[in-house]
Design a binder for this molecule. Structure first.
Ligand SMILES: C[S@@+](CC[C@H](N)C(=O)[O-])C[C@H]1O[C@@H](n2cnc3c(N)ncnc32)[C@H](O)[C@@H]1O
Length: 273
C-alpha cells in the first residue's frame, strides 16, 4: 500500500481517522443538514446532481453522504488514513449507500479514475506535507469544464509557531492530548468573554460550520500535522496557472495573528484548458 519511506513519514502524521471515528458517532440529522448547506454554499444544487465526484481526504464521510443526498451519481471516497476510510464506509452504509472507499495518498495516487466532474478536497491538501504537489495531483483529475473545490488554511502571523506545537501534540498520549484540547477550549472561551461574545459556543456544535463540532475541530486543529497555509491570492494564481478559472473569489482580509489557529478559505475553480 505504502512504500517504507511513505510509511515512516505517515507514522509522524496526526491520526485524523481516530478523531473522525469518534465524531461520526455524534452525527445527527442537524449535522447532515449543515453539511448540505455547506456544499450548497460552494455550488448550487443542480451542479451536484448526477455528477461523478472524488472526495479526497473524506474524513468522517459526512460530506460524501451529503453529496449523495444532493443527487451525486457517484462519490469515490479516498483518504490516507485507513480509519477515516472505515468510518466513511460505515457512515455511508448506515444510509444504505455502497460506494468505493479506498486508502489513497494524494501525493502518489494509484486508485483515482482519470477524470471526475468534481474533485473535492476540503481541509486536506495542507496536511499532506507537500501542499503544492497535492494541489497539482488533485487538479489533474478534474474533467474539462469540471469543478475543483478545495479549502486551505489561511496564512496567519503565527502559522510557523503552530507547526512545532502540532508536531509535539501528535506525539503525546491520548490522555495528554485530551487535556490539551480542554485547556485550549477553555482559553478560547475566556477570549470570547473578553470580546463580549457567548463563551459556551466553544463547547458545543457550531452553526454554519458544515456539521462540524468544536471539540472535534479543536482536536483536528491542534493535531493537524503536517501543516501548511497560504495567502488566497497565491493559491488563486497557482491554480489558475494549472488551467482553471476562479468561480468563488476568496474574501480579502487583513492577515490575522492566529493566536487560536487559522480558518480555512474555500475555493471553487473550473477547468478551462
Ligand atoms: C482535516 S481532515 C478533513 C476531512 C474532511 N475533508 C472534512 O472536510 O471534514 C483532513 C483529512 O485528510 C486526510 N489526509 C491527510 N493527508 C492526506 C493525503 N496525503 N492523502 C489523502 N488524504 C489525506 C486525513 O487523514 C484526514 O481525514
Amino acid at each position: 500500500m505504502f512504500s517504507a519511506e511513505e510509511k515512516k513519514s505517515h507514522d509522524e502524521h496526526f491520526k485524523f481517522g481516530e478523531n473522525w471515528d469518534a465524531y461520526s458517532k455524534t452525527i445527527g440529522a442537524a449535522d447532515i443538514k449543515e453539511a448540505e448547506v455547506g456544499l450548497l454554499r460552494l455550488l448550487p444544487a443542480e451542479e451536484w446532481r448526477g455528477k461523478t465526484i472524488v472526495d479526497i481526504g473524506c474524513g468522517s464521510g459526512i460530506h460524501s453522504l451529503s453529496m449523495y443526498r444532493l443527487g451525486a451519481a457517484n462519490v469515490h471516497c479516498v483518504d490516507i488514513d485507513p480509519s477515516s476510510v472505515n468510518t466513511t464506509k460505515s457512515v455511508l452504509e448506515s444510509f444504505d449507500i455502497h460506494t468505493k472507499t479506498e486508502v489513497e495518498n494524494i501525493l502518489s495516487p494509484e486508485h483515482l479514475d482519470e477524470y471526475y466532474d468534481i474533485v473535492y478536497s476540503w481541509g486536506v491538501l495542507h496536511h499532506t506535507g507537500d501542499m503544492d504537489l497535492a494541489i497539482r495531483n488533485a487538479a489533474k483529475h478534474v474533467a474539462e469544464g469540471g469543478y475543483f473545490i478545495i479549502a486551505l488554511y489561511r496564512k496567519t502571523k503565527t502559522c510557523d509557531t503552530w507547526v512545532p506545537i502540532k508536531r509535539w501534540f501528535t506525539k503525546r498520549s491520548k490522555v495528554t492530548q485530551t487535556l490539551v484540547v480542554w485547556i485550549y477550549l477553555f482559553l478560547r472561551a475566556i477570549n470570547r468573554i473578553f470580546k463580549l461574545k457567548n463563551p459556551f459556543t466553544v463547547f458545543g456544535a457550531h452553526k454554519n460550520k458544515r456539521g462540524m463540532k468544536e471539540y472535534y475541530d479543536a482536536f483536528d486543529w491542534l493535531g493537524g500535522y503536517p501543516y501548511e497555509s497560504s495567502r488566497p491570492e497565491e493559491t488563486v494564481a497557482f491554480v489558475e496557472g494549472l488551467g482553471f478559472e476562479t468561480l468563488l473569489q476568496p474574501k480579502k482580509k487583513k492577515e490575522k495573528t492566529g493566536l487560536f489557529g487559522s480558518t480555512c478559505v474555500e475555493y471553487v475553480f473550473r477547468k478551462v484548458s
